[in-house]
Write a protein that binds this ligand. Structure first.
Ligand SMILES: NC(=O)c1ccc[n+]([C@@H]2O[C@H](COP(=O)([O-])OP(=O)(O)OC[C@H]3O[C@@H](n4cnc5c(N)ncnc54)[C@H](OP(=O)(O)O)[C@@H]3O)[C@@H](O)[C@H]2O)c1
Length: 309
């Protein structure tokens, strides 16, 4: 019996992972590799982890360039969209939109059954929602309107070494014994452990639903960004003093961050702008729909610090 004779339910699904060279994508692949045929969409194959190259199908493509997507998506059952436009420069929102429209159209054309997209938390009704978070939501809306059933997971800071937003918190806390910080110190957030994000993404492949759904995901508890910095300091046995300076604007804040963190001032500014917006789970349906249950923020930070070692 050839593999084509298997009943459809037994056929091994083909899963496309975009962002395969990125923080989330590169960690998702080893987790789902034992269960699915994995195809990676990459702009530059030489950037893909060498050990993965022999175990996955590598397809070169760029979401900004539609024709490069057609072959990548042929025969794909489920496609992960793990790309953001923070590196695109000032007009990142427009590029995020074009990239999502290109990807959605190519997925529809190729008959993909599901898109799984990891976006950002934040309240759509908040008129001061940062351009980065607004853009993340717009990408989700484009997928949901595409006709391809989409699972959109919305998350705040993903806690783990290598994650852009975690590195921001880590380098701030490690380098500065006393920090001059603006109002965003008291903004509530519900970060999430990398392990938990990967579990939700994995489960999304087979989630028994035919329609598009948005799920908000986070750790068990809500903290403030100031609290997060203090939790990280505690795990590293550091004492940190946080001084609030309400007049420090996001722009000045990003220049200052450029000096003390490895994140570029441009990327830092987009992330920092988002720190003024609460990013908490307001609809916790994920807790009942998914079998996975997330850890606490303190546990997530402890795990991240252990991974640093
Ligand atoms: N990290 C977090 O804290 C966090 C929190 C909430 C949500 N998320 C979401 O999670 C997803 C993945 O984020 P991440 O942290 O893994 O990002 P990341 O580490 O910065 O990786 C971004 C990935 O996107 C790829 N990419 C960028 N532009 C592309 C293009 N035009 N065509 C094809 N690939 C392109 C990059 O590939 P190259 O190697 O070619 O540059 C890279 O693999 C994003 O949707 C993000 O919004 C992340």
């Amino acid at each position: 019996m050839t593999s084509d004779d298997h009943p459809p339910s037994n056929r091994r699904k083909t899963v496309l992972v975009t962002g395969a060279t990125g923080y989330v994508g590169s960690r998702l692949i080893p987790r789902i590799l034992p269960h699915y045929n994995i195809r990676c969409l990459v702009r530059d194959p030489s950037r893909l982890d060498e050990t993965l190259c022999n175990q996955v199908e590598v397809s070169q493509g760029d979401v900004m360039h539609s024709p490069s997507l057609q072959n990548c998506l042929q025969g794909v059952d489920v496609a992960f969209y793990l790309i953001h436009g923070l590196g695109y420069g000032a007009d990142f929102q427009k590029k995020d939109r074009i990239a999502a429209e290109n990807f959605a159209a190519a997925a529809k054309e190729a008959g993909v059954s599901r898109i799984v997209y990891l976006g950002g938390l934040g309240d759509d009704a908040d008129s001061k929602l940062s351009p980065h978070l607004r853009s993340r939501h717009e990408v989700g809306q484009i997928f949901q309107a595409s006709g391809v059933p989409t699972i959109e997971l919305r998350a705040s800071v993903v806690l783990g070494p290598g994650s852009l937003s975690y590195e921001l918190i880590r380098s701030l806390t490690q380098r500065l014994p006393m920090m001059i910080c603006p109002k965003w110190l008291s903004t509530p957030t519900q970060p999430i452990a990398t392990e938990d994000v990967l579990a939700y993404l994995h489960e999304s492949i087979e989630l028994p639903t035919e329609k598009s759904e948005v799920f908000e995901i986070g750790s068990q508890d809500v903290v403030t960004y100031g609290g997060l910095i203090q939790m990280y300091a505690k795990e590293r046995n550091l004492t940190r003093i946080l001084v609030r300076v309400p007049l420090l604007t996001p722009y000045l804040s990003s220049l200052w961050l450029g000096l003390v963190t490895p994140t570029s001032a441009e990327v830092g500014r987009h992330l920092i702008e988002g720190l003024r917006n609460p990013t908490v789970v307001r609809d916790d349906r994920a807790r009942t729909i998914f079998s996975h249950q997330p850890m606490t923020t303190q546990e997530a930070i402890r795990q991240a610090v252990q991974q640093e070692a």
